[in-house]
Design a protein around this ligand. Structure first.
Ligand code: DCP
Ligand code: MG
Length: 375
């Protein structure tokens, strides 16, 4: 039997700030951009949350709700470093780790569990929490079950410093009373659609007949149905194979000059192309990542007509994506370029080298672990 942990750090950025600066401990900390320049909250410490402060809220609103809040500017390099340390602690338990973002990962701990020797999933989870705390100073909330989607929901139910174990076989009972929107893959729009059908809870969803699932979810019907009873068996996907190559840079001062931005973008794209070539990879999807002066972070991506690791086409498409975002007065804190969606090795020889044809529409990129704050 599989045992899967979903681990998510508590108030990640804010906790790192409190760890590094003892004066912030026990106080409401708001990490994010400046209220006067339309900044947003990246996260708030748990001391600030009773005031109603939430991630992605305008900082101005946060300050109104929590005037005693201490605003701290984010330090992404430090968060990445802490994230690496946490992932190292995870690796003491298993090699089968799927990071979802800087502060979140699935771990397949089946190998660490041995019930006949008294090593139960609960014990492994407690040990993991203790070691994260003692080796990094951070607290992590953990969900444990036999399925990824159940563990993910469980880790969120008892935050901060949470630990929720759903024993094998109890998944459906555990899920039944929860809001249907908590289920992985059910976004706000789908949740609305289900509500209109009288389905509010995961339990109500699970009771629907197969034809209903077909009608509501089409091709996804069976996987959603299995997830609603906690019987999904998706494996923890380790990222040992490279799925994307990217490079990004944060500017010491916000940058708005198109010439300068183009130079930086081409340098980044050229570096990524070189790195692809060294790894023997060719990618189809080019993603640019942008962070504005107010810390809003987002990505734009498009697809090359054929896989490439040449600087020219990658630079050209990166610029095409970026220049569409270059409006008057907009300044940038960070730029990144990534390439993903690699060709299989046997495809590489027979590829045409030109880049002609249509470019596909924008999408949101998944190449970077950070989520975009919504302004
Ligand atoms: N983040 C962000 N913008 C968002 C959401 C999150 O910049 N809209 C960043 C800041 C968070 C980090 O990502 O610290 C992790 O996101 P989580 O959703 O896990 O939030 P926290 O770890 O801060 O809090 P929680 O204890 O609820 O997990
Ligand atoms: Mg978190």
């Amino acid at each position: 039997m599989r045992h899967i942990i979903h681990a998510d750090l508590d108030a990640f950025y804010a906790t790192v700030e409190q760890l590094d600066n003892p004066e912030l401990r026990g106080k409401p900390v708001l990490v994010g951009g400046r209220p006067e320049s339309r900044g947003v909250v990246a996260t708030a410490s748990y001391e600030a949350r009773p005031f109603g402060v939430r991630s992605a809220m305008p900082m101005r609103t946060a300050v109104r709700l929590c005037p005693q809040g201490i605003i701290v500017r984010p330090r992404f390099t430090r968060y990445r470093e802490m994230s690496r340390q946490v992932m190292e602690v995870f690796r003491e338990f298993t090699e089968v780790i799927e990071p979802l973002s800087l502060d979140e990962a699935y771990l397949d701990i089946s190998g660490a569990v041995n019930e006949s020797e008294g090593r139960w999933p609960l014990g492994v989870a407690l040990d993991l929490k203790r070691r994260v705390k003692s080796q990094t100073g951070l607290t992590v909330s953990v969900g444990v079950s036999v399925s990824k989607s159940v563990s993910k929901i469980a880790s969120d139910l008892d935050k901060p410093d949470g630990l929720v174990v759903v024993p094998p076989g109890d998944q459906a009972d555990f899920l039944a009373p929860l809001a249907v929107g908590k289920l992985w893959g059910i976004g706000p729009k789908t949740a609305e659609r289900l509500k209109a059908e009288g389905v509010d809870t995961i339990g109500a969803l699970a009771e629907q007949p197969p034809e209903w699932f077909e009608r509501m979810f089409g091709q996804r019907a069976n996987s959603v149905r299995l997830r609603s009873i906690g019987l999904d068996d998706e494996p923890v996907n380790t990222e040992r194979i490279t799925k994307s190559v990217s490079s990004e840079t944060t500017f010491p001062d916000d940058l708005g000059d198109p010439e300068e931005l183009r130079r930086v973008l081409e340098e980044l794209a050229g570096g990524v192309a070189g790195s692809l070539e060294r790894k023997g990879l060719q990618g189809r999807t080019v993603t640019v990542k942008l962070r504005l002066a107010d810390f809003t972070t987002f990505t734009r991506q498009s697809t090359l007509p054929s896989p490439s690791n040449e600087p020219g086409p990658i630079q050209e498409l990166a610029w095409r994506l970026f220049s569409a975002e270059l409006t008057t007065g907009r300044t940038f804190r960070l730029l990144g370029v990534g390439v993903s969606n690699f060709a299989e090795p046997d495809e590489i020889r027979q590829l045409p080298l030109s880049i002609e044809g249509d470019f596909r529409a924008y999408g949101t990129g998944l190449g970077w672990p950070e989520r975009a704050p919504q302004a």
